[in-house]
Design a protein around this ligand. Structure first.
Ligand code: T4K
Length: 370
């Protein structure tokens, strides 16, 4: 391979399309603080996600922090260690105590039975992650939350565009956070959003993301600054026009990977569950060394040598991070521990050539044969 292939590559509109979208910003000199592009993107996202309540943010992480703040939570929050640092950091940075529950081997999402075991009188919420775009068992989680009067805030950073039986991922729980980072299926360069059930939260979220300002001369909260600027919103408006095409192209890439990898002994991939419209955000591969004859790290190294930048999303587990391990241990989440040692996310993006997918799969197969 001539050029190195990285785990993903940002999708972008045509340059002229973006220029056309931002031209009025030059004329108006209005660049941020909830301008026209911000309003336009918010309303188009409501339509696209079929949800009445959407609030935009600078990034997914700030969106998650703001919704935790706006819900005025106190105490323990049950979450998954099998995620990006952001999920647990948001909980901790808001003064809440993360409590790790184990995940399901089948799709890496939180195991409802493990959630139930971790509930104490101090538990106030559950923050599950639709990791890789794999939808959590939303019905079981909601049933547990209702029984124990807990809030459910989904980290749906990976799940934009995912639907179950025609219902968007944005519809589950009390709220869902989406990331619109450059590496996501839908990007605004940097950006994120919260979709939520209670319409009263809209004003509160807008206030939290704007220094806690509640009126011309009133500041009621110690808020931060998490407003999406007009250039990012304009990128979102453009990219949203091409979302269906983006997902369709990713599906072709995913299907080629599945065709090539599914037959390999000791290699497991995730197929979308019944009734789920997937977004093909990531292509995680689980390598069982006892059957495959080589480890995940062997495959990582071989791909690296062949010019392919796969990534170990999500290794190490969050409960093994230096900033958490004095309090937590991944030994208490053994399924997540095993998955983290076996997972490799291989390149996945809309314009990835099928010929490159074939070559990546050839490298993987060769490692197993050695
Ligand atoms: N919750 C979950 C479950 C998440 O996965 C994330 C973010 C969040 C919350 C927080 O959402 P944000 O606050 O980020 O909106 C990347 C992303 O920065 C991060 O957004 C993402 N998850 C995480 C899984 O991946 P890195 O450090 O691995 O990114 P980096 O810079 O190594 O980029 C990965 C590849 O993407 C590069 O090899 C090439 C490609 N790339 C990257 C950039 C920056 C592009 O093609 N264009 C680009 O502009 O974290």
């Amino acid at each position: 391979m001539s050029d190195r292939i990285l785990v993903t590559r940002s999708s972008m509109p045509e340059f002229e399309e973006y220029c056309e979208e931002i031209r009025p910003l030059w004329e108006s000199h209005w660049l941020t603080n909830m301008g026209v592009e911000h309003k336009k993107l918010e309303s188009e996202l409501k339509e696209r996600l079929g949800t009445p309540n959407v609030c935009l943010f600078t990034n997914g992480h700030n969106a998650l922090e703001c919704i935790l703040e706006a819900l005025d939570l106190r105490g323990e929050v049950i979450t998954t260690p099998f995620s990006f640092a952001s999920t647990t950091h948001a909980i901790s940075r808001k003064g809440l105590t993360p409590v790790f529950a184990d995940v399901r081997e089948s799709d890496c999402t939180l195991d409802p039975e493990c959630i139930e075991r971790m509930i104490t009188p101090r538990t106030c919420a559950i923050v599950p992650v639709h990791v890789y775009g794999n939808l959590c068992d939303v019905d079981a989680i909601q049933e547990i939350a209702d029984r124990h009067s807990l809030k459910v805030i989904y980290d749906a950073a990976h799940a934009f565009g995912v639907e179950r039986n025609g219902v968007s991922a944005a519809a589950f729980g009390d709220a869902s956070m989406f990331s619109f980072h450059a590496t996501k299926v839908f990007n605004t360069i940097e950006g994120g959003a919260v979709c939520f059930k209670d319409p009263c939260l809209y004003d509160t979220l807008n206030q939290w993301k704007n220094f806690g300002i509640t009126g011309p001369e009133d500041v009621e909260y110690v808020g931060g600054n998490a407003k999406m600027n007009e250039f990012c919103a304009a990128m979102g408006v453009c990219n949203l026009r091409h979302l269906d095409d983006e997902i369709a192209k990713r599906k072709v890439v995913a299907e080629r990977y599945w065709d090539r990898l599914e037959g390999l002994h000791g290699v497991r991939i995730f197929r979308p569950a019944d009734g789920v419209k997937a977004n093909y955000a990531y292509l995680p591969v689980i390598i069982d060394p006892s059957k495959f004859g080589a480890t995940r790290d062997d495959v990582f190294d071989a791909l690296d040598a062949a010019g392919v930048g796969a990534r170990k999303y999500f290794y190490p587990l969050i409960n093994d991070f230096a900033c958490y391990r004095s309090v937590y241990s991944s030994d208490r989440t053994p399924v997540a521990q095993k998955l983290a040692s076996q997972v490799l996310t291989v390149p996945m993006f809309a314009d990835l050539a099928l010929e490159d997918v074939n070559r990546i799969c050839d490298v993987i197969a060769q490692v197993g044969r050695k």
